[in-house]
Design a protein around this ligand. Sequence first.
Ligand code: A2P
Length: 279
Amino acid sequence: MTPNEAVPNLTLNNGVRIPQLGFGVFQVPPEETQRIVEDALEAGYRHIDTAAAYGNEAGVGAAIAASGIPREDIFLTTKLRNGEQGKAQEAFQNSRRALGVDYVDLYLIHWPVPSRNLFTEAWKAMEKLHAGGEIRAIGVSNFLADHLDRLLQSAEIIPAVNQFELHPTFQQPEVAAKCRSLGIAVEAYSPLGQGADLDAAAVTSLAGKYGVTPAQVVLAWHLAQGTIAIPKSANSGRMRDNLASGGVVLTAAEISGITALEAGARIGSDPAVAAHSQM
Ligand code: A2P
């Protein structure tokens, strides 16, 4: 079995299948992106997560092209830049061209930016793109409960995914529960807490017990809850290590022990106020 075969697929609310573990390229420098994504594809990842704001879509596309892997075997996500919520159709076409692909599997509104009040307009444009067949699934990122409520007042399509910061010391359980009750898949970014959650005793003790790494324990905890996770690593050994977490099975008590690490330890920005005009 290759590492990717150990990764389960989830079915999104529109029937599209997504590998539950993906490879994220947030903060991967554009000039290193092609090499790192080629390594990730070589390691067995078949789900790559980028964003227009990361400035590295071209490197992702170059890696996909160079890999020779059939396009339909790769699940590709990118995101609408905050400053382009008023022109989502044009922004999407720029992303699609930078990636060098005919279609994107998942397109997300990157942040709600409630102060600009444009995300419902952006969603309408994304619904049209989805209807046109250039996007297989549309979703959101960094949406809190009230942003979801507002979106759903005028949405024709319920988001397939909400991608937000989620790791053992920062779980946002209310957002996750709301998403699950609406049929919106929960996708964790910074799933390892950018490495900070790997030293917790509840994690390291299980790593010792099962003879696996702390990162595999944390990723197994995500997978057990039905969460999609997109760990990133610039190191090909750790990429493989992370992908192999699909083979780690924790007991209910062990899962609860990791859940008890919740500490409100947010790393990224608070979506209630974040505007990130540079993104
Ligand atoms: P590196 O790129 O040197 O492997 P997150 O996905 O939560 O943002 O975490 C990414 C961070 O965690 C990076 O600093 C990455 O460093 C580190 N990391 C990723 N995988 C592992 C692993 N298996 N063991 C230890 N650290 C890891």
